[in-house]
Design a protein around this ligand. Sequence first.
Ligand code: PFF
Ligand code: NA
Length: 441
Amino acid sequence: MTRESWRTRLGFILAAVGSAVGLGNVWRFPWMTAENGGSAFLVVYLGIILLVGVPGLLAEFVIGRRSQRNPAGALFRLSSGSKSWGAVGLFGVVTAIVLLSFYSVVGGWILRYFLASFTGAYFGSPGDYFGVIDFGAQAAGFHVAFLALTALVVVGGVRDGIEKATKVMMPAIVVLLVALAAWAVTRSGADAGLSFYLDFDAAYLRANFFDVLGAAAGQALFTLSLGVGTMITYASYLGDDHNLAFDGSVIAVLNTGIGVLAGLVVFPLLFATVGELTGPAAGGGPGALFVSLAGAFTQVPFGQVLAIAFFGVIVLAALSSSISMLEIPVAYLVDEYGMERRTATGALAGLVLVTGSANALTPALFDFVASTLVDLMLTAGLAGFLVFVGWVLGKDAVAEFSSGAGPRVRSLGPAWLWSIRTILPLFLLGTLVVNLLAVAG
Ligand code: PFF
Ligand code: NA
């Protein structure tokens, strides 16, 4: 059987943007921003996207397109059969499963908010209605529903599942978000949200530089879906005619733009209604943002319609990301063991059903996985991929980088290789240490 591939170039770009744009943009980004000094965080974060994110994205693309394999198979083959490098790739496959195990729980919350927006069930008292749903049997149930939706797309395969779905989802997300942002920034009281979001607090940054740096690096990798092998896997379905640097830049720009846009909805809306970032109900924490947002919609005209649009956007964004997570281990089983896509998807969904339910039932576990473990795994994973591309592929990586690119992009190849050989892995190692120290302290 020949391996699958994308039908069109746009199809690949939208699928990759779909992977990048997700809960990381609308949920984790505001959460991290709030915990790390607001807009001081934003500036550091944007710098890391540009200097680390884009080169890292290109490194994953190079591995994927050159090998035409899942991460584990890719590193194994491209190193002419090194088991250790294969293990580095396999680490990414495992990370994908860990990631999906918490992401699907949050996806389940959102699904529930979305459905409840149709019935309006929470409009009486969002705090009471949602206050207890974050963890427990309900959370597990909605996690399973969200996971089932994810598996349904992945079963369809690269062209008929992922490409078709994301081609509809991404434009819908952008249109709805632009409309919501235009509405939100004109609310009275929105200014406070905008200034919280966009004002630069240099003093905070100076006092907490390393913490901000660590959090921003983790968030930058998370938001671009780096360090797992999603981008390796998606690029493995590509032909040689793509200009990887161009595609990568488009993906980074769209992801950042949609993230900033989501901030323009979330912050003004919250400050214009509830007047603060985290809701009254939960006293902060991961689920509080949604409670606050739901509360905000109960206080504005046409709130129910707006809530449906808003939570609809988030469901779509979350799904287009979760399918990219599930696709990694599915590609691994299909590539390496010749398993049927359907069998592989079913088996992995069964596994994540269990691991995700553990997160849904155990707040402390969820918190550790979502805010700490994932950062560490992504950082270590990307460092491994960069060292691999820089030192094992070396000149071949530059050739792959250049294939399909014009002379201007080609001339950037050597500088790119130099950076992924030296400063970028060191930077990632540094943030890994900072984040580990934060865990220990
Ligand atoms: N980039 C996604 C988001 O911002 O929500 C999350 C993500 C997807 C991370 C896929 C890693 C990944 F492999
Ligand atoms: Na993202």
